[in-house]
Ligand binder design. Structure first.
Ligand code: F6P
Length: 420
């Protein structure tokens, strides 16, 4: 049987647990073993310590047999200072072995029950520095082979999937090195000759090319909309202006769509800085016009990665000062921060990962050395599989275009419908 492991990497996003749940269930349904890697690539690099249980360890069921098994599990983990709710095993909570020092663990059907409603990622995530080094990736390859993992599902954003692509490209060389160091056998070399890896895009930023939506983006957008609704009522009451800073890193999707869904007077996104210089005039003119026709409130949305056409950052505080000084508006800044990232996934962020998770397992089962590694996406309402290497390269093109101040190209790459 094939052993399929899932990890979540980079910034967490709503729907990552639904990914794990879907992959675990799909794997089991297809007769495979389901595994997870805790703490993203960091867990791959660390692998499993040789000792499985601390000395003198007594299974907690002996002490806590009257407690619900999940509570027992929590207590057990707290006792060993690990804090993880998961345990290794196959859905039998009472097995209660600690996870300390173990990052690559087998999971069962019951372990992931109900996970599609939970925010964040229950198996942990990290932005692993180690995995960015070749040494780290060598350790990761060794740990995967040592645990006999045949295939890897990576759910993460742009950076994490770029990492997945590097790992895949480097794999044959890593294997050769491990063999040369005598760490793996000839049999293991043959069994793991190529890395079966598939990417699922989990990110609130919606910044990946070749997919219409990333898992977590709809929920984050919804959070922003709710925040705007709240702000609107207080802004209206005082006839105030608000400058709202939203996340998205180098991508303006959250800011732009929040402007559409929540209503904004003006907004700043990295892909399309205001063309007029100085843009302060353009913004003030627009807002003054809105005020003149009777608007009592003003909302300006600033994407965290916003800049002007010379790539000079545009910051919320600066925008606030302009609105106060030039228009005499009573202005406040609200930075939404991580409230955008947390919390329960909306329906779309349960449906999308569930469909894509099942697709990922199919893709892994069909994979052979001749097929490329895939990224699972959604385009025009259909679940798609596109070569990972292409999606990663196309995403890079957007940031390159922005760096070169070719904003027209950046917008075209983000939105093929976009025309001047
Ligand atoms: O990529 C997701 C994201 O939330 C970005 O929107 C933001 O720039 C970044 O992560 C924040 O990272 P951290 O949580 O490490 O501060």
């Amino acid at each position: 049987t094939m052993k399929i492991a899932t990890l979540t990497s980079g910034g967490d996003s709503a729907g990552m647990n639904a990914v794990v749940r879907a992959v675990v269930k799909a794997a089991i349904l297809k007769g495979c073993e389901a595994w997870i890697v805790r703490e993203g690539y960091e867990g791959l690099v660390r692998g499993n310590a040789e000792a499985e249980s601390p000395p003198g360890y007594v299974p907690p069921s002996a002490h806590y047999s009257d407690f619900p098994p999940a509570a027992t599990n929590i207590i057990n983990n707290l006792r060993f200072g690990d804090g993880e709710l998961l345990k290794d095993g196959t859905g039998d909570y009472a097995s209660g072995r600690t996870l300390k020092g173990r990052y690559i663990v087998r999971v069962g059907w019951d372990d992931v029950r109900g996970w599609f409603t939970e925010g964040g990622t229950l198996i942990g995530t990290a932005r692993s520095k180690e995995f960015r080094t070749r040494e780290g990736r060598l350790a990761a390859a060794y740990n995967l082979i040592k645990e006999g993992i045949d295939a890897l599902v990576v759910c993460g954003g742009d950076g994490s999937l770029t990492g997945a692509d590097v790992f895949r490209a480097e794999w044959p060389q890593l294997i050769a090195d491990l063999r040369a160091q005598g760490k793996i056998s000839e049999d293991q070399v043959n069994k793991h000759s190529h890395l079966r890896i598939v990417g699922l895009v989990g990110s609130i930023d919606n910044d990946m090319s070749m997919t219409d939506l990333t898992i977590g983006a709809p929920t984050a957008l919804h959070r922003i909309c709710e925040a705007i609704d709240n702000i609107n009522s207080t802004a209206f009451s005082h006839s105030r202006a608000f400058v709202l800073e939203v996340m998205g890193r180098h991508c303006g999707w959250l800011a732009l769509l929040a402007g559409v869904a929540g209503g904004a007077d003006f907004l700043f996104i990295p892909e399309q800085p205001p063309k007029c210089q100085p843009w302060e005039d353009e913004m003030c003119d627009a807002i003054q016009q809105h005020r003149q026709v009777g608007k009592r409130k003003t909302l300006v949305i600033v994407a965290e990665g916003a800049h002007d056409i010379d790539l000079k950052p545009i910051k919320a505080e600066y925008v606030k000062n302009i609105l106060t000084d030039r228009l005499g508006l009573d202005t406040r800044v609200t930075t939404l921060g991580h409230t955008q990232r947390g919390g329960r996934p909306c329906a779309m962020d349960r449906i999308l990962p569930t469909l894509q998770g099942f697709k990922a397992v199919e893709v892994l089962l069909d994979a052979n050395p001749e097929t490329p590694s895939y990224m699972i996406g959604i385009q025009e309402n259909k679940i798609t599989t596109v070569p990972l290497v292409e999606a990663v390269a196309m995403t890079k093109e957007v940031s390159t275009a922005i760096e070169k101040k070719d904003f027209e190209k950046a917008m075209r790459l983000r939105d093929p419908e976009f025309r001047e």
